[in-house]
Design a protein around this ligand. Structure first.
Ligand code: SF4
Ligand code: SF4
Length: 425
């Protein structure tokens, strides 16, 4: 990585602690990604983004701030990035996926909080992530209890606006979400000093839809019998989608898809014939959480799809681009976002339907339902997920894990046995 120390210093970061993170990340990336054979050439771009993860994009965000733009940090796929870009501001994902940040979160949160929340709070309070320092305002949401309370703690350190996400999907709930989006628009307009117009919103709806289309194209490639890209590579692309410049990300992902589509035509696969195909479902895998994909793909299987927020929940369904007034556009946003099926909703049968549909579309041999430790929402829903899959005759295994490596060997044994089992079905 180039030398960004001056920039990190100016962000008030704890350089000494941050150095420790910078030391371990390249090694981890090398072990998990660069060791793979026959990777698509277009992965070079994403390799570069990860190698410079705390450098290049933060530098761009700071430059944008110097030019008068505001940066908003988000933590959930229900927050409509479209509104932020429509106000000539920038949205960046802030979810923490490293154990490195967890102890910092545990200083203020109970240990039995999900690692995603602990890492996100720790990254801010310990001053060890430039993105968390750069964001001028955080946008939280009332999805799960842990997050709801975490916003109060973060709100003492940085401006936080919380969106009240309904937990059911009745007509009145979709209307209520549209009202929340209107409220967010007001907040963003006041904070940035820029008006969101029908024109600017139309443009940003297209911008984010294009990103969704590129990701959808990538996932379409993963349905092929000859798998043109590993699950690890697809995952890191999904993770990068949360904070990269959306137009550039779309361009680079479409370029990668050109290569993948050519690979499919040429019958090129990253795995040998007969490799078992796995669908991962469950809680999100924030960057740099690559643990499960790495274990699965070094145990003789390949991940072909993620029914996760770092996966299909992020890009499926587009926002209607034909609306011409801001009110109509906001309704279109509310409709699209309320179509996401997160376990914080009740009932959440749409998610079960999604999982069965994806298992068929991606022709999977088995499903691994992943739960981040202490996420009771996905843990409880795991019962329904597993039952539905069993009824559909699709092998399923539920696992619970966190960001540490303490359970890696145990997981390797269990996952290895599952892969072997589905091989003999
Ligand atoms: S799992 Fe639910 S709460 Fe978490 S990011 Fe996804 S949609 Fe948001
Ligand atoms: S994984 Fe579960 S507990 Fe953690 S932030 Fe998401 S919904 Fe909340």
């Amino acid at each position: 990585m180039a030398d960004y120390r001056k920039m990190w210093e100016s962000l008030g970061m704890d350089l000494e602690t941050h150095d420790q993170l910078c030391e371990v990340l390249p090694q981890a990336f090398g072990d998990v990604f660069l060791s793979q054979e026959n990777r698509p050439e277009a992965m070079d771009y994403y390799n570069f983004v990860i190698a410079e993860i705390h450098g290049v994009r933060p530098q761009e965000l700071i430059k944008a701030q110097e030019e008068g733009k505001k940066v908003f940090g988000t933590f959930c796929v229900y927050v409509p990035d479209e509104l932020i870009f429509a106000a000539n501001a920038i949205a960046t994902g802030l979810c923490g996926g490293s154990q490195f940040w967890v102890p910092g979160g545990e200083k203020v949160l109970p240990t039995n909080t999900c690692p995603l929340i602990k890492a996100s709070v720790g990254a801010r309070l310990d001053r060890t992530c430039p993105f968390f320092r750069i964001a001028d305002m955080y946008i939280g949401e009332t999805t799960c209890d842990g997050k709801k309370k975490a916003w109060e703690i973060l709100g003492e350190d940085v401006p936080v606006h919380v969106m009240d996400l309904p937990q059911m999907k009745r007509e009145k709930d979709i209307k209520a979400w549209a009202e929340e989006i209107k409220e967010l628009k007001k907040v963003i307009e006041e904070f940035t000093g820029n008006k969101v117009t029908a024109e600017s919103l139309n443009e940003s709806i297209k911008l984010i839809n294009n990103k969704r289309k590129a990701l959808s194209r990538l996932y379409e490639c993963r349905k092929a019998d000859k798998v043109p890209i590993s699950g690890r590579d697809a995952l890191v692309i999904s993770q990068i989608a949360f904070y990269d410049d959306p137009a550039r990300f779309t361009q680079m992902t479409n370029k990668l898809c050109d290569e993948l589509e050519q690979r499919i035509k040429d019958g090129v696969s990253v795995v040998k014939e007969g490799t078992k195909r796995i669908l991962l479902t469950g809680t999100p895998l924030a960057v740099p959480n690559w643990k499960l994909h790495n274990i699965i793909e070094t145990s003789g299987a390949v991940v072909v799809c993620e029914e996760m927020c770092t996966g299909t929940r992020y890009f499926e369904n587009l926002v209607d681009e034909t609306k011409t007034t801001v009110d109509e556009q906001i309704d279109a946003l509310a409709n699209r976002y309320m179509g996401i099926n997160c376990a914080c909703f009740t009932p959440n049968t749409g998610r079960i339907d999604d999982i069965i549909r994806l298992a068929k579309e991606y022709k999977v041999d088995g499903v691994i339902d992943v739960n981040l430790k202490f996420c009771s929402l996905y843990d409880v829903e795991g019962y329904t997920v597993e039952r539905a899959l069993k009824e559909a005759g699709i092998p399923v295994m539920g696992i619970e894990t966190d960001y540490t490596d303490n359970d890696a060997e145990q997981l390797r044994t269990r996952i290895g046995a599952f892969i072997e089992m589905i091989g003999t079905k």
